[in-house]
Design a binder for this molecule. Sequence first.
Ligand SMILES: Cc1cc2nc3c(=O)[nH]c(=O)nc-3n(C[C@H](O)[C@H](O)[C@H](O)COP(=O)(O)O)c2cc1C
Length: 183
Amino acid sequence: MNGVIETIENRRSVRKYKPEQIKDEQLEAIIRAGLYAPSAVNQQSWHLTVIRNRDILDSLSRSAKETLAAGDNEYLKGYAKMEKFHVFYNAPTAVLVSFDKNAIAPMADCSAAIQNMLLAAESLGVGSCWIGMTAPYFSGGSHNAEFGIPETHQPVYAVTLGYSDSEKGKAPERKVGTVNYLN
Ligand SMILES: Cc1cc2nc3c(=O)[nH]c(=O)nc-3n(C[C@H](O)[C@H](O)[C@H](O)COP(=O)(O)O)c2cc1C
């Protein structure tokens, strides 16, 4: 099978990581892949913040959990109340993805960058997971200065990166009826 398609089909979210840090060249290749995503009218409206500091990752996980625990989504509350739950699954690296508040299609741009990073990670033998649980914390107020993010941007998602410490699961079944063809 074509290597790109194989990478797409093999990628799975990783939720258990080895403590070992990924190699600098792997990180750089993954970030570069993110930056090569398509974007509406080529605005490249994302801002990526690479966090490799354990204290910052742990502190952000705690803050995100506090926000989720105070929210009204029972599903997310359940996770937030689990003492051992870490929103980044203790991965050694997380990339915070911020969107330009004035861009034309910032969520689409950021999502394209995220998917590129997930696929690049898979192709390099690096585990990854798209993290949305950071979003409520960042939507509640500006934390930009703390994370060195331009005021024009707002953090939303994160991508965890690290070497997987779990067996690769099977891809969830694909829903049927989500495609139609007009020939
Ligand atoms: C917008 C978005 C937010 C997500 N947020 C989380 C998250 O906070 N935590 C998590 O473990 N997985 C998160 N995921 C990953 C999905 O749960 C995962 O992609 C889905 O279950 C399919 O599994 P797969 O990635 O192994 O194919 C998120 C995915 C997307 C697209």
